[in-house]
Design a protein around this ligand. Sequence first.
Ligand code: PLP
Length: 383
Amino acid sequence: MHTNSSIELNQAAYQNNIAFLKKTFGKKVLLSSVVKGNAYGHGIQEFVAMAYRCGVNHFSVFDVEEAKLVYQTLQDKVKIMVMGLVQEQDMEWVIANKVSFFVFEKTRLTQAVRTAKKLQKQARIHLEIETGMNRTGFEKKELSSIIPFLKKEKQHLYLEGICTHYAGAESIANYHRIEKQINKFEEIYQYLCHNELQPEIKHSACSAASIMFPQTRMDMVRIGIMQYGLWSSPEVFVNYLNSKKNKIDPLKRVISWKSNVMSVKRVNVGDFIGYGTSFLAERKMKIAVVPIGYSHGYSRSLSNQGRVLIQGQRCIVVGSVNMNMMTVDVTDIETVKTADEVVLIGTQEEHTVSVASFSDFSNQLNYELLTRIAKTIPRKIIE
Ligand SMILES: *Cc1c(COP(=O)(O)O)cnc(C)c1O
């Protein structure tokens, strides 16, 4: 375990976000908490335990490794759905533990049936439909051969859901593409129903779609970024605010990331700081060394850009972010000393470094930045 820094998850903030989301979607819509990518960097096991305490009982993951982590934490108290990869060797575990999974290829279906027969169980599948993203999903023309197969193997295949995913609902520029996807999905759903295949639920929305296109909420929403207190894009946030009288952000950031000053030193005018020549001291400076670098997930692209908080003041990263360390300008903080708290994401006195402002400097998406935070950093829940 690294002790160079620590991550805190704020349960009250999470509770607030879940309350907002549930109120927005209403009682009839099931909320699935998307926890792929180590729960967007929050730490999957700590995060799902907290989410469960806040009333969440459905989790979506990318692969079986993640499904197993959720299962280890919460066993069969919750439903787990794999949206991406199930390798052949994992099929048994998945079916035996009633974990549901997306299918988007005939081979996956036949594998599922074979394993389910062997275990004398039912595989719980979500039929993923290709509606225009061109990533994974069955095309309409493939369905004519799938439908008889699904009917024939009913005893071992339970059609728990039908689903699709939108290609960029967070941007107005994609409006027509998404509208087409919505229509295509409905058409294919009707086609299945006419063929006497009625999935238990129908779902398609991620965070952005759930706000920008309310008709995509259907029976279940798969919510990632918003539950963590962040918006998919500024457009989604603005779109939400425009629909409201009071212009207040209803979401609260769940994560904070903190470290401590490792060393303080003085630098003379005309000296370069760190590797190479990217930062030249144009005055006498005082520099604090922070034991966080790109190996911990603090992006190198924040070199000479990133901001951190020390003694309630904003300090800029000077020189390049190294593998395990970075240097920040503390010239104007008189009393700065070793062991002072450094906030990388979060609030200190009046100032906040939000994930968004952190990523604006480097043009990274919230998503990418969060998921890069090293898994080995300890996560603690603050109630
Ligand atoms: C990641 C993902 C989501 C959640 O996306 P957010 O934008 O974080 O809400 C939903 N559905 C699928 C298939 C995903 O891969």
